[in-house]
Design a protein around this ligand. Structure first.
Ligand code: AMP
Length: 248
């Protein structure tokens, strides 16, 4: 099996080159993934990426990677983005769109893409619609993963992430073999700043205030596919696949 694509061009910016590109699929697929923090969107993105060959392009990953670079090497825009993120707030549309424009080559990748965490607002969605039109890229679907609010809060506050390889665990539903240590690479498991209860509440409010209206934006364009995020990751994946087949 090929080693995982490191998505360097997305994470570090256009000057970097990806290693271990996935096999180019016969037909590149283009998806947007929507869902409140904690619905398991990231896990579905990994499954879709493995099975369809499309690259997972997460804006949250770009910001988290920037956090580990020295402060003096970061642009003022990235610094203010990181401050907003730490407070659990959304990064400004302007900053997010600058970051996306810098990475337009990733949109053109013959592997296709799964946008994860972008767009987050209708303003960002409109800018993306224009960008994709100019690149002649047609979205396959916007997958919206849905769960009740109390299930989401329980999921998020128990989530732990590996500092090194970013593998995700959960203190109740997916504990590591050794507490606090990643099974895959031995790295330290941490609670992301934005998974702390005080940040979770702010994130959910930010989600309800702006992201939910994205569903309407894509429903009107006949691109929205709502998927229940109850059950195991595999069950959710199978449900997604069936819904996509029904649209084909
Ligand atoms: P995520 O991993 O997608 O939950 O993103 C983590 C954090 O990064 C969010 O809580 C925001 O602070 C920031 N962020 C990521 N993507 C965006 C976006 N498209 N618009 C605004 N803020 C974003």
């Amino acid at each position: 099996m090929l080693a995982k694509n490191d998505r360097a061009a997305w994470i570090k910016g256009p000057a970097a080159h990806c290693s271990n590109l996935p096999q180019i699929p016969a037909r590149p697929r283009y998806f947007i993934l929507l869902g409140a923090p904690g619905v398991g969107k990231g896990t579905q993105a990994e499954l879709l990426s493995e099975r369809l060959g499309a690259c997972q392009l997460s804006t949250g990953d770009v910001f988290r990677a920037a956090k580990s670079t020295a402060e003096c090497d970061r642009s003022p825009a990235i610094n203010s983005a990181l401050e907003a993120m730490q407070r659990g707030e959304l990064v400004t549309d302007e900053t997010v769109l600058d970051i996306i424009k810098e990475r337009t080559t990733c949109m053109r990748c013959r592997s296709g893409f799964l946008l994860d965490g972008f767009p987050r607002t209708v303003y960002q969605a409109e800018a993306l619609t224009k960008l994709l039109a100019s690149e002649r890229i047609k979205l396959d679907a916007v997958l919206s993963y849905e769960l009740p609010l109390d299930t989401i809060v329980a999921r998020l506050s128990g989530r732990r992430t590996c500092e090194k390889c970013k593998a995700v665990y959960h203190v109740q539903t997916k504990p590591p073999k050794v507490e606090g240590t990643c099974d895959a690479c031995g790295g330290r498991l941490i609670q992301r700043d934005d998974d702390r209860p005080e940040s979770v509440k702010v994130r959910m409010a930010a989600y309800a205030a702006s992201t939910a209206s994205l569903a309407d934006y894509y429903r009107k364009r006949n691109l929205l596919v709502s998927v229940s995020a109850e059950g195991s990751p595999e069950a959710i994946y199978q449900r997604t696949e069936k819904m996509l087949e029904a649209r084909a």
